[in-house]
Design a protein around this ligand. Structure first.
Ligand code: PLP
Length: 376
């Protein structure tokens, strides 16, 4: 059994819908419209319908999606963007690349989202945006973030790379999909994300049609009409074959989320009694689509647990081992150890357990049994 345990099992997922995927691929290959084929528009339209979004623009990956969104919002060099210190590097990278200044904010130790109560103290007259990251598959507290954003007239860019399909619940009980709540939402179709293709892919969602047009233009060399370039853009496209795959998989996204939630539920019910293990917190204002099942291990035992499980053939991952403000490349912003204590603590404590749509009961039981035996 040990050699079949994986963090994520993409091959088995493919095999379940192989005939549909193969058919879609064959059609795309036979048609020969490898760039901007009809599948690209079709998938964008279907994702738009699924997320109930006004506009969906596909692009080459989730990092580009963030960059293009920020380019479209017309930020100027030196403008400040508030971003969590505990996130995947891409969120911060694009801010730096555009000559903007990342202003780090600490996160909450339960939901791992940025700590809304710290926003106000970080606002300056150069602040132009805040980037909530729906980390591991659960929405940030969007209403609190939007209230602050409104107060200071700044944009909200939702990094939805890990949370496509998650639903946010407003105080009044209505719901909206992750990525459709802020000024703009970005997502990734990297293979291991909840809606993954067989390579790179990404998308940008917005409710603002004018902004949507601008995003579309920027992703396409800054042109609306071929060879008429109105703004400086980039070349960022979702391949036709990837769109064909995604269009098949989008139909299964809800069942994929449910499969992940079922795995999470089983971990919850078996690991709940371990004092030194803090299981993922469920926010009242969001569903959790569990791109990762990320626990905290107390009393400095995280690495021991990781090694113990590795010896039993159980892979785990540390998302993320170093907070962004302490990364070599981001030292220029002048931060030191202790500046964002919760982010730093999480980097020492977090461990992500195997979770995916094809998890088998006996495999998960084996993982659970070994975690329990480690703590005994
Ligand atoms: C994966 C990811 C990205 C980047 O997506 P790519 O498609 O790999 O470029 C951005 N932000 C977060 C939080 C991610 O997990």
């Amino acid at each position: 059994m040990q050699d079949k345990i994986q963090m994520v099992d993409l091959k088995s997922q493919y095999h379940k819908i192989k005939s549909e995927i193969d058919q879609a691929l064959m059609v795309a290959v036979e048609e020969g419209a490898y760039i901007n084929g009809p599948q690209v528009k079709q998938f964008a339209e279907n994702l738009r319908n699924y997320t109930k979004s006004n506009t969906v623009i596909t692009c080459a990956n989730g990092t580009d999606a963030l960059q293009i969104a920020m380019m479209a919002l017309d930020f100027q060099p030196g403008d400040e963007v508030i971003v969590p210190a505990f996130t995947y590097i891409a969120t911060v990278e694009v801010i730096a690349l555009l000559g903007l200044k990342p202003v780090f904010i600490d996160v909450k130790d339960d939901t791992f989202e940025l700590d809304c109560t710290q926003i106000e103290a970080l606002i300056t007259e150069k602040t132009v945006a805040i980037v909530p990251v729906h980390l591991f598959g659960q929405c940030s507290n969007m209403e609190m973030i939007l209230a602050e954003a409104k107060k200071f007239n700044i944009a909200v860019i939702e990094d939805t790379a890990q949370a496509i399909g998650a639903k946010y619940t407003y105080v009044d009980g209505t719901t909206a999909y992750a990525g459709t709540i802020g000024t703009v939402g970005t997502t990734s179709f990297f293979p291991s994300k909840n809606l993954g293709c067989f390579g790179d892919g990404g998308a940008i969602l917005t409710q603002d049609i004018i902004l949507g047009n601008k995003i579309n233009m920027i992703a396409n060399h800054g042109q609306e009409k071929k060879y008429h370039h109105q703004v400086v853009g980039v070349n960022s496209r979702l391949d036709t074959v990837q769109a064909a795959i995604l269009d098949v998989k989008l139909k299964y996204l809800d069942s994929y989320s449910e499969a992940r939630q079922k795995v999470a539920q089983k971990y919850d019910s078996h690991l709940g009694g371990i004092n030194e293990l803090i299981l993922p917190f469920r926010a009242s204002y969001s569903t959790h689509v569990f791109n990762q099942y990320t626990c905290r291990v107390l009393n400095g035992k995280r690495d021991d647990l990781k090694n113990y499980l590795a010896e039993k053939g159980i892979p785990t991952m540390i998302y993320y081992p170093i907070p962004v403000h302490l990364q070599e490349a981001y030292k220029t912003y002048g931060h030191k150890q202790g500046d964002f204590p919760v982010s730093e603590q999480l980097c020492r404590e977090v461990i992500s357990l195997p979770i995916h749509t094809e998890m088998q009961e006996d495999v998960q039981q084996y993982i659970i049994d070994n975690i329990i035996s480690f703590f005994h």
